[in-house]
Structure formats: structure tokens, C-alpha cells
Design a protein around this ligand. Sequence first.
Ligand SMILES: [Zn+2]
Length: 416
Amino acid sequence: MMVLLLLASLIPQQVLIATPRGQASIPVSNETGAAAVAAVLLARPLGLTVSLDGSAVRVTLDSRVFDFDVGSPFFRFDGATYPLVGAPYVARDTLFLPLHWLTGHVPRLLPNKYRWNPWLARLDEQPAPILATAPVPPSPIAAPPPPPPLPPPLPAPVPQPPRSAAPNPITGLRLPHTIVVDPGHGGIDPGNPGLNFPGGLTEKDITLGIGKLLRAELVRRGLNVVLTRSTDTLIELASRPTFCRAVCDLFVSIHVNAMPAGKRQTAVNGVETYFLSDAKTEDQKRVAQMENDALRFETTPVVDGPLGFILRDLQLNEYLRESARLAELVQGKVSRIHPGEDRGVQQGPFLVLAAARRPAILVEAGFATNRSDGAFLASATGQHKIAAAIADAIVGYLLEFERKLAGVGGGSGQAR
Ligand SMILES: [Zn+2]
């Protein structure tokens, strides 16, 4: 049951097309294993036309021509060939175009006209630009009133972020952001027993302490914060990411690591940051297993078979790349203030990350089985340092994100 719900929430169900003429929600099809949209459904909202001649597909959008071939994961535009995730195909007498073309290539090739927001799964068509070197001719089907006479052409301006506001004086961020902070475990699920925590503290106490401090640090930086729990209660793993829905930019889960009994148990120390993926090493498998083990305190049954399938689909997901970048920034900041080792960015199949439809990471803030890590994690100073470092990294990530939204650097992911 839960896995089906997870599956449904991971593959984008639909794309919102927002234009000056109105909005339309387009269902996303996944029948060939790559996300696709029916071309006919794009015709009205985007003013797109399609002609099919044998296997040759010609799509005209905003008076620009894109040439595809059915079954071929490439298209041609302006004399260049571009690769696609997936290929156009025909099913039930309907032509389907790869979602990657619509949400990846179109905003990059026609940046003054289209903007893709992966957070909202929303493609925005910009109103006719007022300042542009080459005014875009009006779309043949779109029929807004003609724009007012243009001033003499000027160099193309850097596009402004949506709802551009004065930057926050502390962070430089221009947009409102909401972060979901998830202190791991709670209630009847203590997490790991915390061999080196004083006074019977367990993982759930440390994660709640850091989580609350992280909230305070983020609020101090002008961000909105939602905690999945602010008391000692158990929230089911699958419910935690549902806190990250309509208004949420990032999901950050806080945990404490532990080594199993053995020779290395007390020696291993340090911090590591995970994003969702297949576990690559035995150590990554151990941590994912340990955190997913919270399931045994839950009442909803879980079947774990399709998880691998879900993860394969996620490889194509932009949230994965964004999560990896967020993990990299957080790991960089936290390892600098941590007494233990920098264990780097890791990947693992964490159920708590699987359902978040946003960049999502899990911080293993240190080892409860190591004396020095344990003392640091249980101390007010240590918890505060960790919280402040994570908050700084989140602000750094959001600044990058805002710059990408503003189109500086030419498109998502390319400036790195
Ligand atoms: Zn944990």
C-alpha cells in the first residue's frame, strides 16, 4: 500500500502550463518508462502545432520549429541536434513527446519565453518581453492583444526572478522559502541507543535538539520552517515528507549514526550527508537499513519489492541532482565544524527521502558509538554548531537556486 503511494508521488503526475491566457494541467504518461506528454494536449495551452509525416514529426512552438522522429531520442532545432530522455512515440492514435523536451530543452532554447519550475512542476510562458534584442513574433494560435510599440532594441536584460523583491539583508535571498526540518525517530522509536550520550539520551533526543535549533537558525535567516515533530512523538516515515508539499522548498532529515558491535565500533566517527539513491556500499546499506528500521514501530504495512524500480526512475529526476548539490553544500559546512571525520556525501535508499517531491537530504550528524562524537552531539554547543552550519549551507543552496531561476548562467545545472 505505502509503496504504491510512494510510487505515485515520485513520478510527476502532471505538469501545469501557465500562460497569460490561462492555465492547464497536463497529465504525464510513463508507459514506455520515460515521462511523456500527449502533444495534442499541449496544442491549446501553448499554441503548439504538430504535423506528422511518416515517422517525421514537426512541432511548431512560438513560431519556432522542432523536428523529431518517432522512436528516436533526438530532435533538431535551429540546425543543431539535441539528445532526449525518451523518444516520441504514438499510442492510441496519439503522439506523445518526451517530457524532457518540454521541461528541459524548451525553457533553455527559448529562455525569454518559457520558464520551468521543477519545484512546482510548472511551465510558465512569459508575457511578451518589453526589452529584447529580437522581439519574438506572436504565436499563431495565441491571440493576446498586440504589445505596445517597442522602444529601440537594447541588449537583452538578465531576466528577473519571479516576484522580484529587495534581497533579505542577512542572506541576500529574494524569494520566500519554506524548509521542512525532520528530527528523526521519536516516541516509541528511540532511534539508536546512543552509547556515548549522557543521562540515557537516545538518538531521538539529539535529533529533536538539533532540529529545533536548526529551526531557530533558519528563522533568524528569514526563512519559513516546518518541523515534522517538535515533541517526543513518532511520525511514520511515509508521513514525514508529506509535510513537504504545497509550500516547501527543501526537506532535511536529521539523524545520528551508530556502528554495530565489533572491533571498529567505538573508533568510527564523523559526519555524512545522504541523498536518495541506490546504496552503493555496504556501509551505505547499513545506514539506510538502520534508519528504515523505524518502520517496525509503524502500523502501516510495507512491501519493499518495487523500491528498486522507483529508484531507477529517480535517476532521471531533477530532484536527485538538486538533492546531491544540497547534500554537498551541507556536508561541506558541517564537516568543517565537526570534531569527527568528513565522511562525505553518500547515497542510500531512505524511505523517508523517497516521497519528498523536493530536494531532500538526510544528515547523519555523528556517531553515538564514538566517545568524542557522542559528547559533541549531546552538548548544547555541538548541537548549535551543527544547526548553524546546516542553516548556512541551506542559504547557500537557495542562493544558487535563485540565481538559476533568474537565468544567470544559461540554465539549470550548467553553471557547475
Ligand atoms: Zn536515525
